[in-house]
Design a protein around this ligand. Structure first.
Ligand code: PLP
Length: 221
């Protein structure tokens, strides 16, 4: 089931307000906004595009395949995969997904390298200690970066999800992720969601991933 989205004009206003907020929190460093459209229909993707966004994030393989089939071909649109990824789903997503952000283990590196040689990836670090959120322990991230590169993948950055609860709880993990990205000379730091995007921008996010702040609450899965 997908939820209706608010009027595209309202989505565009929310995007404009978010750009403004980012500029005030991070005047010197640009931060891109990714529209996370999981749980919403293709109209959410269209509204994000109309609001000037070109990064779209999704979590579920079947939902992505169905949604992409309903949308016109759009070379300016970049789909990123954010969810827990099963190896056997990679094949169905090649050709749709341009950047794999939730790469957190060797078998995924192998599978993506095999199905989509040279693909762009982020390594996901686990910042919350909650296993169901995915991500590799920070200590394992450098090895995964090396492995992905050795397999010919283009490692562009790191991704992380903060813990549940007040936004401040996300700060130490975000800071550790940014420090590690600096150390590994990785350009992209994909941190910050609706609930903790201010903290993420303050800590050096280059890409916030925003769903409910743009489209409203998602239906429970
Ligand atoms: C769902 C999701 C988001 C967006 O969450 P909101 O709270 O709606 O902004 C961002 N990143 C990941 C990895 C997600 O799974």
């Amino acid at each position: 089931m997908t939820s209706p989205i608010p009027d595209p004009a309202l989505v565009a206003e929310r995007v404009a307000a978010l750009h403004e907020r980012i500029r005030s929190l991070s005047p010197d460093h640009p931060v891109r906004i990714m529209a996370v459209t999981k749980g919403f229909g293709p109209d959410a993707v269209s509204a994000a595009r109309a609001a000037g966004l070109h990064l779209v994030g999704e979590n579920y393989a079947q939902e992505i395949v169905a949604k992409a089939a309903e949308l016109p071909a759009d070379p300016g649109l970049e789909w990123h995969f954010l969810g827990r990824l099963q190896r056997n789903k990679v094949r169905s997503l090649v050709g749709i997904i341009r950047v794999w952000q939730s790469v957190d283990r060797s078998e995924l590196i192998d599978e993506i390298a095999k199905r989509s040689p040279g693909a762009r990836v982020f390594i996901q670090a686990n910042l919350s200690g909650e296993a169901q959120k995915g991500g590799a322990p920070l200590a394992d991230v450098p090895r995964l970066v090396d492995e992905a590169r050795a397999r010919g993948l283009a490692v562009e950055g790191l991704m992380g999800v903060g813990p549940e609860g007040p936004a401040e709880l996300s700060r130490p993990g975000f800071r550790a992720l940014v420090a590690l990205a600096d150390q590994l000379a990785l350009r992209e730091r994909s941190i910050g969601m609706t609930s903790d995007l201010d903290v993420a921008v303050q800590e050096g996010s280059t890409m916030i991933r925003v769903g409910s702040a743009l489209f409203g609450p998602r239906p429970a899965r």
